[in-house]
Design a protein around this ligand. Structure first.
Ligand SMILES: C[S@@+](CC[C@H](N)C(=O)[O-])C[C@H]1O[C@@H](n2cnc3c(N)ncnc32)[C@H](O)[C@@H]1O
Length: 381
């Protein structure tokens, strides 16, 4: 059954003889999937599904041969142009009530039957949340995250926002960033185990990942698979569009040949997971996202320029403050505790402090930790 949007073109009083002829012509020119013109209860009605506006305009130009026909046809055109469509379908604007067309009845029951996040249903997490011990609140700690996190109680941070070392061979201050991939993931995952443990029930963990495409290692999938195995709920993925078209490499695989083209990426990923529950509670007065920001941020493609001041901060792999700001506003409340176990020069912690969140940042490099502390002190002075 075709679903139409019903529009009154002329009410009873305005309908005149001769419109029958126009109606027959219109209905033979446009398909059932586009529109129907009908008399209903004495009114002239347009039943609209989808329409190529240019096709309609041409039809009006060619068929508005009398004053009456012109009045009806331009009435149809005006009416259609004044209402909102729901997007394009093969070049035709779709006007059918989107919600009605898509309405799913008995959604909850169907979700249950399908097995909504089935992989995380039998999770082992306690609902008992704890307070972060005072000595860790608003602190930058220098050390191996594995060791530092072990000292924290279970379920004591509201959100984790981090980007792990990339394993790209970047020159960090204290450690070389290149290991055999399996070893790299092994070391990362023991830290993630601790990170998951200290995350509150209902807390979120957001990991910024840039896969090393030249090694054909889909790190974002490997990391997400690990979280799924650990029974976290996949809340979603944000595509961080850096618009970085000046990628330095010029080796595009087999040049101008399908034999092995090399794909270029101008974006990175944010993988978002929830522990135990998709909902994270908080006070209404601790919400600091505006309506406009909310509408913008829930569209999961964020166009944000990469950090330009890496030289100033002396770190080769920082993310920009704007990225953290959007994530914190969308996924956390003021006063929440935000943890970054790979804090670098402290972008997460600086933004968290500025936005009235509590924070804990850990990095293995003393140099980076000192810069992070200086950065936070400077912003609050
Ligand atoms: C991609 S960088 C993070 C940069 C940070 N987002 C920023 O904007 O400054 C990863 C950081 O992880 C740190 N790191 C590597 N292994 C670590 C470990 N075992 N414990 C704590 N930090 C570690 C590195 O020193 C590096 O600063």
């Amino acid at each position: 059954m075709v679903i139409y949007k019903e529009l009154i073109i002329k009410d009873k009083a305005g309908v005149i003889n001769g419109e029958q002829e126009l109606l027959i012509h219109f209905n033979s020119f446009f398909s059932e999937k586009e529109a129907r013109l009908e008399f209903k209860d004495g009114n002239l009605i347009l039943l609209l599904k989808e329409m190529d506006i240019n096709k309609l305009k041409n039809y009006v130009i060619e068929n508005a041969t009398t004053k009456d026909k012109h009045e009806v046809l331009s009435g149809i055109l005006d009416k259609i142009e004044s209402i909102k469509s729901y997007g394009l379908n093969n070049g035709k604007r779709n006007y059918v009530d989107y919600n009605k067309e898509r309405k799913v009845t008995g959604r909850k029951g169907k979700e249950k039957n399908r097995g909504i996040y089935y992989y995380a249903q039998d999770h082992p997490f306690s609902k008992q949340n704890n307070t972060l011990p005072g000595e860790y609140e608003n602190k930058i700690i220098c050390g191996d995250s594995l060791e530092v996190l072990k000292k924290l109680p279970d379920n004591c941070v509201d959100m984790v926002f981090t980007s792990p070392p990339y394993n790209f061979g970047l020159e960090y201050s204290d450690n070389a960033d290149a290991h055999y991939w399996e070893k790299y993931f092994e070391q990362l995952f023991v830290i993630f185990d601790e990170t998951i443990r200290v995350l509150k029930y209902g807390g979120r963990i957001i990991v910024n990942v840039q896969p090393l495409f030249s090694d054909y290692i889909p790190s974002h999938h490997i990391i997400s698979n690990y979280f799924i195995k650990k029974k976290l709920i996949w809340k979603g993925e944000i595509l961080w569009e850096k618009n970085n078209y000046n990628c330095k490499y010029t080796a595009w695989g087999s040049w101008k040949s399908p034999s092995s083209p090399y794909l270029k990426y101008t974006w990175e990923f944010l993988e978002i997971f929830s522990k135990g529950d998709l909902k994270h509670g908080g006070k209404k007065e601790d919400v600091d996202i505006s309506a406009d920001e909310f509408k913008k941020f829930v569209v999961a493609k964020w166009s944000i320029a990469p950090e330009r001041d890496m030289k100033k901060y002396g770190h080769p792999a920082m993310f920009p403050e704007k990225l953290v700001e959007q994530a914190l506003k969308l996924f956390s409340f003021k006063n929440d505790v935000i943890l970054d176990p790979f804090n670098g020069v402290g972008t997460t912690t600086a933004v968290a402090g500025r936005l009235g969140r509590r924070y804990l940042g850990i990095d293995i490099s003393k140099e980076y930790c000192d810069r992070a502390i200086y950065r936070i002190e400077k912003q609050s002075s």
